[in-house]
Design a protein around this ligand. Structure first.
Ligand SMILES: [Zn+2]
Length: 468
């Protein structure tokens, strides 16, 4: 008798957020990722608080990478009685330590704000606080790429570089029971080749079953060279007007990649003149983690460290802004500059002060380099709003609004399909997760044409036996 082996898709099924997959093998059960579901407040809270199992009965969690939609609900799990190890890469552990603390802090602020305006409605509570985050961080069990370990008897796990963010992993599970072997690949989020700092996504050994993300299953990204050219043009014409380039960017990942891109451009003699300010305490912490992990850098970044070209996170004209006073002082500068600040969708953080101050000025440019979700200030600006509300006051939009899609950290349709195509032999079954139904179904069609695999887009809560 072979021990039963199954997977239940409990999150990121037909949506891009709240990654959570439940694996069972014989007596053992564990989660792959436990991400925060990000959406409208009431719905998100219900999803994040509800588990289809008692957290105390889980034996482990295996995590793909540090983005909150893959890790952000771990402290809820721990708060509700989970006591097993949380396996992750070293960089994921380092990044998650402050990203989860920040997540707790933001929830506290949000809940305070909502409760102050509650007017008789039930008071809200945070999902977790600093105590649960501390208890979560203690459970991290750190691993390196290409160093397999035994999760349980008969289950071997190995991490490979996903090229999506620092420490991001493709994960393979190898199950052995009753003389049979089955290999399962979990992509987490799949990155892209030729991105700044990070190595290209690896190809892991062939697997029979593959769980693959599908965020951009129906899209093709602009090539990197074209994106860089457009970036140079935007910066040059803004500088020629005497304005500043305001870049709303997520503090972890995107900010470091932008800085590395400007460093590389400057080494080639392009856009060297303008000072660059990274105005985000969290970006500073994230950058410190990047500096601790040079072993994860791609060749050009590593060379840049070694050959005295200055390291790409701290070259001469770059300043990391710490205190709020320093941040406010940036508004008094009269010369052109590039200013990078969080949050990436302009929903909070220091970018709001800079927008309030700079949005009306026709010399300036607001440059979007990431996804802008519906309902966010970033989306309204990107869609061409003439006036927006910031801190409760109307602010007219005079600045140029520009957007570059080529900085995406997720593989597009061609990159996803090519990556699957390089697995030899091809998987026999593919489950597409982490995508809206539209993109996921489009990618399913592409993969059915390209491989002989059975390709499915599972519903939330759907379970599958994996041996057959
Ligand atoms: Zn991610």
């Amino acid at each position: 008798m072979v021990a039963p082996l199954s997977i239940t898709f409990e999150g990121a099924a037909r949506t891009v957020t709240g990654s959570r997959h439940h694996l069972r093998f014989g007596e053992r059960s564990w989660l792959f990722d436990c991400g925060l579901y990000q959406g409208h407040r009431d719905e998100a809270e219900a999803v994040n608080r509800t588990f289809a199992f008692a957290p105390g009965t889980l034996d482990a969690v295996v995590v793909s990478h540090a983005h909150l939609d893959h890790t952000g609900n771990l402290p809820t799990l721990v708060g509700r009685g989970f006591r097993g190890p949380i396996h992750c890469t070293e960089a994921t552990a380092d990044l998650s330590t402050f990203m989860l603390a920040d997540s707790a802090h933001l929830q506290e602020r949000d809940v305070d704000h909502v409760n102050r305006h509650a007017r008789g409605r039930a008071r809200r509570e945070v999902l977790y606080g600093a105590a649960e985050v501390a208890a979560t961080v203690e459970r991290f069990d750190r691993h390196r790429y290409h160093e397999p370990w035994e999760l349980f008897p008969g289950v071997r796990v190995e991490y490979f570089d996903a090229g999506h963010m620092l420490g991001s992993a493709l994960t393979t599970f190898e199950f052995r029971a009753g003389g049979r072997t089955l290999r399962l690949g979990m992509s987490g989020d799949l990155g892209r080749a030729d991105r700044p700092i990070l190595r290209d996504p690896e190809r892991h050994p062939a697997v029979e079953v593959l769980v693959l993300e599908s965020t951009y299953g129906d899209r093709f990204h602009t090539p990197a060279a074209e994106t860089e050219r457009a970036l140079v043009e935007i910066v040059q014409r803004t500088a020629a007007r005497g304005g500043r380039v305001l870049v709303p960017a997520f503090a972890v990942g995107r900010s470091q990649e932008l800085v590395a891109t400007f460093h590389a451009l400057c080494l080639r003699g392009e856009v060297c003149e303008l000072p660059i300010y990274v105005d985000s305490p969290m970006a500073r912490e994230a950058t410190a983690v990047y500096r601790r992990h040079p072993e994860l850098f791609d060749e050009p970044t590593r060379r840049s460290f070694q050959e005295g070209q200055g390291e790409p996170f701290g070259f001469q004209r770059l300043r990391y802004v710490g205190s709020p006073e320093e941040s406010r002082a940036l508004n008094d500068l009269t010369t052109p500059c590039i200013l990078i600040a969080a949050s990436g969708m302009c929903e909070g953080g220091r970018i709001l002060h800079h927008l309030r101050h700079g949005l009306g000025d026709v010399r300036n440019t607001v440059l979007f380099v990431g996804f802008q979700a519906e309902g966010t200030l970033g989306r309204r600006l990107r869609d061409g709003a003439e006036t927006v509300n910031i801190f409760g006051e109307p602010v007219p939009v005079g600045a140029e609004i520009a957007a570059l899609d080529g900085f995406s950290a997720h593989a597009d349709q061609r990159e996803l399909s090519d990556w699957v195509g390089r697995l030899d032999p091809a998987p026999r079954r593919i489950f597409l997760v982490h995508g809206e139904p539209g993109p996921a179904e489009v990618l399913a069609g592409v993969l059915r044409e390209r491989t002989a695999a059975e390709v499915r887009v599972p519903e939330k809560g759907e379970a599958f036996e994996l041996w057959h």
